[in-house]
Design a protein around this ligand. Sequence first.
Ligand SMILES: Cc1cc2nc3c(=O)[nH]c(=O)nc-3n(C[C@H](O)[C@H](O)[C@H](O)COP(=O)(O)O)c2cc1C
Length: 186
Amino acid sequence: MKILAISGSARHASTNTALLRALQAIAPEDITLDVFNGVGDLPVFSPDLEGSNLPDSVGAFLAMVSQSDGLLISSPEYVRSIPGGLKNAIDWLVSGDQVVGKPIALVHASHRGDDMLSILRTVLSTISSNFNRDLFFRLPVMKETPDAILETVKAPANRHLAEQFLRDFAFFCRNHGDSGPNSVTL
Ligand SMILES: Cc1cc2nc3c(=O)[nH]c(=O)nc-3n(C[C@H](O)[C@H](O)[C@H](O)COP(=O)(O)O)c2cc1C
């Protein structure tokens, strides 16, 4: 089971990236979790750059999405919405077939950010017929360091919840991957 975990933050010491890396560290053996923290490296989306003009960084990102069995996304809230970098990354996915039917679930590293989560849920259920609103792993670690976040995730009670979340998502990916065309017409 190959999961791609996308961070919506371009910040070096991002708590969302750190939470995804902590999940990577405790993931059960049969789950490979790769963390993508390169939304800041993707150029601004334009349909003019698709096809033969596709930038290398975008091509690499699309390949990672395509080769994954499912996506986890963890993002901060910026101005009560999705950070521009993450929305831009999602825009790059819209016209291809990489994300149609792709199992997706959310992770969140803060007790705040519910406006962003609501908007992101709307966006993800538009681009994939297999966005799962019910699977959600939230750990309120805003302002903590990456090392502290790893320790928090490794604490037995949190680790149990985190492992169960990853197992539940892997189960969902196994049962809902490649289930057909997007149910929403753009
Ligand atoms: C430009 C900017 C806008 C923000 N807007 C909000 C906001 O509207 N609501 C909120 O709760 N936090 C807001 N924040 C705080 C971040 O969501 C918060 O610090 C988050 O934990 C950062 O995630 P990161 O550590 O992964 O970068 C904002 C931060 C920045 C830099």
